[in-house]
Design a protein around this ligand. Structure first.
Ligand SMILES: [Zn+2]
Length: 57
């Protein structure tokens, strides 16, 4: 699952690929700040948004 990551420290945008549901650590190519992404957490967040959108029917 390719995705675009934005470093919140320096603002650099770079591509990263999540290959499993484990936690991934991506060091920023510009400043070296490590961003941590967890696919399961992202999915949970997405499902929550979907639930909110479909609520009320
Ligand atoms: Zn950075």
């Amino acid at each position: 699952m390719p995705m675009t990551i934005r470093c919140y420290q320096c603002g650099k945008v770079y591509d990263a690929v999540l290959t499993s549901e484990e936690t991934h650590e991506f060091p920023c190519p510009a400043c070296g700040k490590v961003e941590v992404y967890n696919l399961a957490a992202l999915r949970e967040k997405a499902e929550k948004i979907i639930r909110q959108r479909t609520r009320g029917r």
